[in-house]
Write a new protein. Structure first.
Length: 205
């Protein structure tokens, strides 16, 4: 049997009635924050690859084939319209509550394409050790950074021909900057890996 985990798409429309009968699910216990690292200027790699299942090309294709029959039917036009209306009403209630607590806060701007690019851009920078507090060792998730950069690459490919000039220029600039930072970081990590131990200090007489 294959060890590749199977993904199951859950139809939340069918779960709604069960959630109303069973009541709200218990909240997960928050994970305690990690202790600060020792003071060092060198980046510290965070091993996130060990937690990810290893997939070969054949197992990945098999997973995609198995995913198709398990997909729930798409929502109807009426279901989409009702959900969108309920979502907008709920978001407006939250904004009204925030404005009641902070009257100086204005209306929130609508989410646009540049917000999506900025979110992935900041995620990649954080994964490459940016915004590390002074005196602490940068924690680098090099695999996560590559995935965030590759997501921007997928976004560039899938939106080709559908962006205006400013959006296209912004996406190209962000991708170029992140890829250059990734190259510099991986070069530095490689050099640290091949360096020998420092020479011993001469003894004081």
């Amino acid at each position: 049997m294959s060890d590749t985990p199977k993904f199951e798409v859950i139809d939340r429309r069918k779960m709604k009635k069960e959630e109303e009968q069973d009541g709200p699910s218990p909240q997960p216990t928050p994970t305690p924050a990690a202790e600060p690292e020792s003071k060092s200027a060198r980046p510290h790699l965070v091993d996130t690859e060990a937690a990810r299942p290893v997939q070969t090309e054949s197992s990945s294709e098999a997973g995609e084939d198995e995913l198709g029959p398990e997909m729930p039917p798409p929502p109807t036009a009426d279901e989409k319209r009702q959900q969108e209306s309920a979502y907008e009403a709920s978001a407006q209630r939250v904004e009204d509550l925030l404005r009641a607590q902070n009257p100086a806060m204005g209306a929130q701007p609508p989410i646009k394409f540049e917000h999506l690019v900025q979110q992935l851009y900041l995620s990649a920078l954080m994964q490459m050790g940016a915004a590390t507090p002074e005196g602490q060792r940068p924690r680098v998730d090099i695999i996560g950074a590559r995935q965030s950069i590759d997501l921007l690459g997928v976004l560039e490919e899938k939106t080709k021909g559908n962006l205006n000039t400013n959006e296209e220029r912004m996406l190209e600039s962000v991708l170029y900057e992140l890829r250059m930072t990734f190259l510099e970081l991986t070069k530095m990590i490689s050099l640290q890996g091949v360096q020998g131990p420092p020479p011993p200090k001469p003894e004081k007489r």
